[in-house]
Design a protein around this ligand. Structure first.
Ligand code: DHK
Length: 154
């Protein structure tokens, strides 16, 4: 529940293989390491007045547990469920039970890639989707949440 006297808390969830960013020889996700991306997101969130909790798991159930934790602890969510985006009903159901804004983010433009990436189940539980801007998209997601959370406070 947003509270104007306390910095809003955002949980930023990353799914399977995100820990390999920067190590992928095909370069699909750029050359920045996951740790660099995490640090950049944390610094950006802090600069715009948000408290960011940036996490990564290769396991669907862990991501579901974290989304449920966010229901109690956080005002908003960013999620890149990676390969789980296209088939995880449990992640979708957890997102639908979350009350705050949810931004779905993808590093790559999923609609320029294989057809199986064109229909994200996560999108059905998202306020909006950002894709194709690499790690810049993560900053854009954080900026979008600043606006969305401000709208909820008035
Ligand atoms: C990341 C992945 O790991 C893929 O499975 C998704 C997403 C796309 C991304 O662009 O960030 O299909």
């Amino acid at each position: 529940m947003p509270n104007s006297t306390v910095a809003a808390r955002v949980m930023f969830l990353n799914g399977p293989n995100a820990n390999l960013y920067g190590l992928d020889r095909a370069g699909t996700y750029g050359s920045d390491s996951f740790d660099n991306i995490r640090r950049d997101c944390e610094a950006h969130a802090s600069a715009v007045g948000l408290v960011l909790d940036f996490r990564q798991s290769n396991h669907e159930g862990v991501l579901v547990d974290w989304i449920q934790e966010a229901r109690r602890e956080c005002d908003a969510l960013v999620i890149n469920a990676a390969g789980l985006s296209y088939g995880s009903v449990p992640i979708l159901d957890a997102l639908l039970a979350f009350e705050g804004p949810v931004i779905e983010a993808h590093m790559s433009n999923i609609w320029k890639r294989e057809a199986f990436r064109h229909r994200s189940m996560v999108s059905l539980g998202a306020t909006g989707v950002i894709a194709g801007f690499g790690a810049l998209g993560y900053r854009l997601a954080i900026d979008a949440l600043v606006e969305l959370l401000a709208q909820r406070k008035v």
